[in-house]
Design a protein around this ligand. Structure first.
Ligand code: PTJ
Length: 256
């Protein structure tokens, strides 16, 4: 698919192409394309940039991952298509485990996603085949199947592009859940312990950088970052930002 270099929406179109390629190869589900469209809409509303509210959440997420005893990065189809390299970089720098966890789970997709991650440099990928032998209680989607060496025993789980049910179930199990979700109104955004309201293609590299930075800091400083973090306040800031921005744009339209 040729996208002219000067096309005003080039960056966004290239991201779409990655998902379409993942779909053609069989590891992104059609529902994933729809989910991305919803994300794009919210990205438009925040002006397609990493805003202050996201930076605060990224800092808290980096601190939580570094303080964790057993951090795990959960990977689905869209995440593999968009940020496989960043997932692997993050897993190495923290260090954290990588686990495939799918809403629309099939053995074929598990294997394909594990391959994408291995090609991106992952040494170990959990949650494939018999490894997903444990279950998250009270969760009825295919997401309930997890690795006994990964999400089941994790204290901190990063769940990019998630559904609210699993976030809620993981929180009930006492885990710290970090979500990346462009929709600050979603159930996931509200149930997560830390919600990064940003596009995964910007948030993941920013998270890797923040972990590299905070890794040099003492534990007490990381604990203080987490203590001072308030997810509801950050979500409120995101919603207020969108409201303000829309009012400003409406004003400009009226003055034009
Ligand atoms: O690969 P599977 O089988 O696990 O399926 C993955 C999807 C994404 C289809 C599944 O998890 C799903 O249906 O997700 P939802 O419930 O539609 O939620 C996806 C959320 O991610 C929505 O709130 C979107 O706004 C948000 N989102 C979509 N694209 C992005 C995003 N957030 C950040 N960055 C994006 N690029």
């Amino acid at each position: 698919m040729f996208i002219p270099p000067n096309h005003p929406r080039r960056a966004s179109l290239l991201v779409r192409e990655k998902l379409v390629e993942g779909f053609r190869k069989g590891y992104v589900v059609p529902e994933g394309l729809i989910a991305h469209g919803r994300g794009e809409c919210f990205d438009y509303l925040i002006g397609e940039e990493t805003r202050d509210f996201a930076r605060k959440a990224i800092k808290a997420a980096a601190a939580a991952m570094l303080l964790a005893r057993h951090p795990v990065i959960s990977v689905n189809g869209n995440t593999a298509a968009l940020v496989a390299e960043d997932v692997v970089r993050l897993a190495k720098v923290v260090p954290a485990k990588i686990e495939v966890n799918l809403f629309y789970r099939t053995r074929e997709r598990e294997e394909l996603i594990a391959n994408v991650l291995r090609e991106a440099g992952a040494d170990e990928v959990l949650g494939v085949g018999e490894d997903a032998s444990a279950t998250i209680p009270e969760l009825f989607s295919e997401r309930r199947r997890v690795s006994p060496r990964g999400i089941l025993v994790a204290d901190v789980v990063l769940v990019p592009l998630e559904d609210g049910d699993r976030t809620e179930a993981l929180r009930r199990m006492g885990k710290t859940v970090i979500a990346i979700d462009l929709n600050p109104l979603s159930r996931t955004a509200r149930y997560a312990s830390i919600t990064i309201v940003d596009n995964i293609v910007r948030a993941m590299p920013a998270l890797v950088e923040e972990v590299e930075l905070l890794k040099k800091k003492p534990r007490s400083e990381l604990e203080e970052i987490l203590r001072a973090y308030d997810n509801n306040r950050v979500l409120a800031e995101a919603v207020e930002y969108i409201g303000r921005r829309l009012s400003e744009i409406a004003g400009e339209l009226l003055r034009a």
